[in-house]
Design a protein around this ligand. Sequence first.
Ligand code: ARG
Length: 590
Amino acid sequence: ADPLVILTERLAPAFAAVRDAACAEAGTDPATVPAPPTVRRSDRADFQADGALPLAKRLGRNPREVAAEVQEAATAALEGLVAELELAGPGFLNLTLDDGAVADLARRAHADAALDVAPDADAGTVVVDYSAPNVAKEMHVGHLRSTVIGDALVRVLERLGHTVVRENHVGDWGTPFGMLIEHLVDVGEDTAVAELSVGDLNGFYQAARASFDGDDAFKERARRRVVSLQAGDPETLRLWRILVDQSTEYFQTVYDRLGVRLTPDDVVGESAYNDALPAVVADLDAAGILVLDDGAECVFPPGFTNRDGEPQPMIVRKGDGGYGYAATDLATIRQRVDVTGAERILYVVGAPQRDHLEMVFAVARMAGWLPDDVVAEHVPFGNLLGADGKMFKTRAGTSVRLVDLLDEAVDRARDAIAERNPDLVGEEAEAVAAAVGIGAIKYADLSSDRVKDYVLDFDRMLAFEGATGPYLQYAHARIRSIFRRGEVDVGTLTADVDLALGQPQERALALALLGFEGAVRDTARTSQPHRLCGHLFDLAQTFTSFYEACPVLKADDEATRASRLVLCDLTARTLAAGLDLLGIAAPDRM
Ligand code: ARG
């Protein structure tokens, strides 16, 4: 358990008691006055609770007095856990943990295969909508971000005991399929399959596009083909299936290479909701919120306006009778709520789709399909930029194929590994190169605040210094090498060893280790993997300071050696577990 979590739990009743007493005196309803302890790590002591300041403000009282009352009320609950509880500044409470309590908690984490990270008390069913590339179109770097971020969230939520349903909402329907199918007919099925199976999706798409733009007869065929597709013509569906199957097989090769959890079973493409679309329109109409606007069937959710300040419609069905992207997303929400039983739905989709998703959520709430107790959350992310700070493009100005990006990272990692550790050869060297190259890309992506654009800089993300994937992987491998050098079998480290935290670096390391649970919880709550990344980086740095100051294999006595080995092992396991939650492998040697 994380002391930050325990302190928050134990301080909460004291804050509430002080609040209740003040409210009783003033005759206010305590339910209207929040009183969270607001505990954070601190440099002055181990932790600081700042909650007295906003509480005093709400109560119109002196913050130092409020803090003093909390201090008094909390003393009993903190017995044994906190060695010193000090009132400081305008009304902060500084908390220094008892050394024995820190040692106990660290020992507990070490003895537990799950590192003493408890499941969320309110764990439920969460749908994570991520990756979602488009059939017969190359996955681009935006899909990479969605895939990497979504997969980390899936892992973190699963780790905390949630039932996670992964959904890959592949773009497999709509007008482009008229042109794609006609192009398939023109080149012949065998040629098309050959092209698509090796992942030449761009070539296929662009050739189809060229015919469509340059040939009126083709355009007309494409138009009729869309009609046949929507009418469910069997031959057209058979051809469409070829495109879908080839593309999804190719996407799966990319997922396998990336080491993400997505499988073919997670694909629930847009086409899966076709049959539900007429009911979406009919039910919106029955609910009295469907409006005919310029021939199109629309809903006007309150609060959405266009650039000129006029109400903005969400088009459900176009004038030509075709259903749009929004209609499909509405049908998807109904399915996720009614059938899957989702309590939280995360949409890991680029920031430009914010308005679309916000409108879909608003309309779904108006229609009663998204009840108040179900959370629908857009998890947006920014663009990937090149080292020049502009949109990431090839030299020719076209968008970069995701696989080329992965190849480059792994090639560079292979060179770096060969230089650093020539002993590593053959299959192991190749596996490490893949782990380091892919890990570098993932860590670079996950460690930056996701809503911001981030610069893809191979040199920086593959560096073994600084906040990078390789640095964390190396920190882990280096600890494993201590055990190899000392010929210590981790299995022989006993659970009841007395942890010595006499050196400040030992104590600091133990505290950093105990912060893992809070970092995992924070990431699950906020859908921000960079919080976990930051924690792991701090942990690795804290370990380095410890290792520089505290000899392990050559410790002065057996007891100290045993204690430090436990700290080392717990650090290695925590780093490996944290990296795994980010979808990053942690090789034992590199
Ligand atoms: N296929 C879409 C794209 O490539 C993303 C789909 C996101 N998910 C959703 N439910 N709309 O932009």
